[in-house]
Design a protein around this ligand. Structure first.
Ligand SMILES: Nc1ncnc2c1ncn2[C@@H]1O[C@H](COP(=O)(O)OP(=O)(O)OP(=O)(O)O)[C@@H](O)[C@H]1O
Ligand SMILES: [Mg+2]
Length: 255
């Protein structure tokens, strides 16, 4: 039965999509049957793996709106053989009309396919959304990618508080797997200060890994490939492969 990992943080542009896409691909490269789920109406994860949402007959929004489509029917496969439940901009409309009573919808959609995979990795939208609550309802673990920038830190405690709230009601077994520093400018004082502050406050949860800032990440996205495929020897690829190892070992910080 698949372990479900949601990558969440309300702050936009924190590296959620890059982390989801590369973690899912890294797990697949390591021989784990992995499904990437794009739960963001921006469909950035779908586009980043080389799939055009507008050309798809079925996608995640089809599942939310048409009860006759099965989850399996909406799953597609990337050029590098990663199964993907793709998104579509129409999901924005579904999201806008979503009510609190619908926070179990994604769980119902994923339950029938959980035996087909070892891991399901969910990319989530920024900002407050019932879609993210849907992801937290079905997830076993949360990974928070944290842009090493002082503005990003402000949202971190909120994210941790939200996980605690979900644990109290909706999903008691949910756990924070870890916080991954991304877009780290190693030579800047801001990055150092942020990493030090996060280490001080969240030592137990901080992965002993960093994804450094590099333009190659945007290049890989443009090429429609995860960086772990586009440039396997790149620092970011090595870090994401190590993240996959830690996820596979389980436990906080992978320890
Ligand atoms: N380590 C990195 N170094 C430099 N740029 C990066 C890095 N990781 C991601 N990026 C780039 O930063 C931008 C934002 O990253 P990403 O899309 O992963 O964030 P996000 O949290 O999913 O954003 P959103 O909240 O809009 O969904 C993208 O253009 C991506 O290519
Ligand atoms: Mg994103």
């Amino acid at each position: 039965m698949a372990k479900v990992i949601a990558v969440t943080l309300r702050k936009g542009g924190s590296g959620k999509t890059t982390t989801s896409v590369n973690l899912a691909t890294a797990l697949q490269l390591k021989g784990k049957r992995t499904l990437l789920v794009d739960l963001d109406p921006q469909a950035n994860a779908t586009i980043s793996v080389g799939i055009d949402p507008m050309a798809l007959p079925r996608h995640i929004n089809t599942l939310f709106t048409d009860i006759n489509t099965t989850t399996k029917e909406a799953i597609t496969t990337t050029s590098f053989n990663l199964p993907l439940l793709p998104s579509h901009p129409d999901l924005a409309e579904t999201e806008a009309g979503m009510r609190a009573t619908q926070i179990g919808m994604l769980k119902n959609l994923l339950d029938p396919i959980k035996d087909d995979y070892d891991y399901i990795v969910i990319d989530t939208p920024p900002a407050e959304s019932y879609l993210t609550v849907n992801a937290m309802a079905v997830a076993d673990e949360i990974i928070i990618p944290l842009q090493a920038h002082y503005l990003a830190m402000k949202g971190l405690q909120d994210a941790i508080d939200e996980i605690e709230q979900v644990k109290k009601g909706l999903n008691p077994s949910l756990k924070l797997a870890g916080i991954l520093p991304t877009m780290v400018h190693n030579r800047t004082n801001v990055a150092k200060t942020v990493i030090e502050a996060v280490t001080e406050a969240y030592r137990d949860y901080l992965y002993p890994l960093q994804v450094e800032f590099s333009i190659k990440h945007a290049e890989a996205t443009l090429a429609g490939l995860p960086i772990v495929i586009y440039d396997p020897n790149h620092q970011g690829s090595i870090a994401y492969m190590q993240l996959a190892d830690m996820v596979m070992r389980g436990g906080e910080n992978g320890e």
